[in-house]
Write a protein that binds this ligand. Sequence first.
Ligand SMILES: [Zn+2]
Length: 94
Amino acid sequence: MQSKSEGTCELCGHAVAMRQKAHIVAEGGKHGPNLLMLCPTCHIMFDTHVKPKVFKALFEAGVTNLPKSWTRSIYDQAAEASAKALRRKKGRMS
Ligand SMILES: [Zn+2]
């Protein structure tokens, strides 16, 4: 029997044993047209490279009201959150 997560990645088209739910707009709905079923590699590429690049291209083309979650890669967002936490921690120690 095929598991729910098993299937074809909606980006690369490879058949994989485990697909992950990727939300196109993080602030948007949790299913339906806002959801892609991706292999783990494509999921990371989508969040770290595709979203920020599509955001930049659309922004430069004059599209407004774009999702805030697309502005930067999730790695940049995580690095910023870590730096902020570190500054808070240092602030408490001094
Ligand atoms: Zn894929």
